[in-house]
Write a protein that binds this ligand. Sequence first.
Ligand code: FPP
Length: 265
Amino acid sequence: MVNDTPSDTSSSALSAGKQNIPRHVAIIMDGNGRWAEKRNQPRIMGHRAGVEAVRGVVEGCAKGGIEVLTLFAFSSENWRRPKQEVGLLMELFMTALGREVKRLHKNNVRLRVVGDIKGFNKALQKRIAEAQVLTQNNTGLTVVVAANYGGRWDITQAAKSLAIQVQAGQLNVDDITPERMADGMCLADLPEPDLFIRTGGESRISNFLLWQLAYTEFYFSDILWPDFNIDALNDAIASFATRQRRFGRTGQQVEQNNKVCETEC
Ligand code: FPP
């Protein structure tokens, strides 16, 4: 586990310029329930505090020049939670969307929701659609909220779409490639996540972006999501900046390429 104590922002990675800043950050916001339980409060208070943390991180990413922030708000498996918590989470999404979307729009943020939206009630589906339409032409940070999302669902959707094309005689089986699979998945038009963060002390992916995280750098933090602030984000980005991304090549090849780039790119 790394960096439980956020550092000083004066030398922050986000304010240090664009070099080695991830284009796309994807986050599992874990620890809301425990945050509330530690304070003898109902779990929903942790989720409410979680929304405040979302606001801070969105602002930090927008100011820091990050292009895409993907947040895992509700997994396909979260329906297994107590009925009351699920209901309260839905209410919270409704209120948060209603309250935050104008501010996001004002700040040139584009909002997108990915996942099996049909699983939500009609009012929430409508609010999601309205928020997406309102912000669709914004050119700043793209915030992707993964809601009723599962990585296996995403991959299955893409496979089904290719199977339909094969069945209709529009595609040969031999023409099925990883690129064609990727095209059928959520986030296909966005850069793949460079940095994955999970808060709350757990070290697993929990059916998040299974396909898209193939070459992503992972960062696990013990900080409970409501306490995850701009300093904590900076620590994650500073850690990312020290990583050498090889994408299957050797370290030597990467260094050579960087040297060539210094003079020619
Ligand atoms: C995991 O913590 C968190 C969730 C399942 C919900 C996340 C939702 C928010 C942060 C608020 C809404 C977000 C948006 C984008 C509107 P947990 O409940 O599993 O915590 P625990 O592991 O401590 O029990």
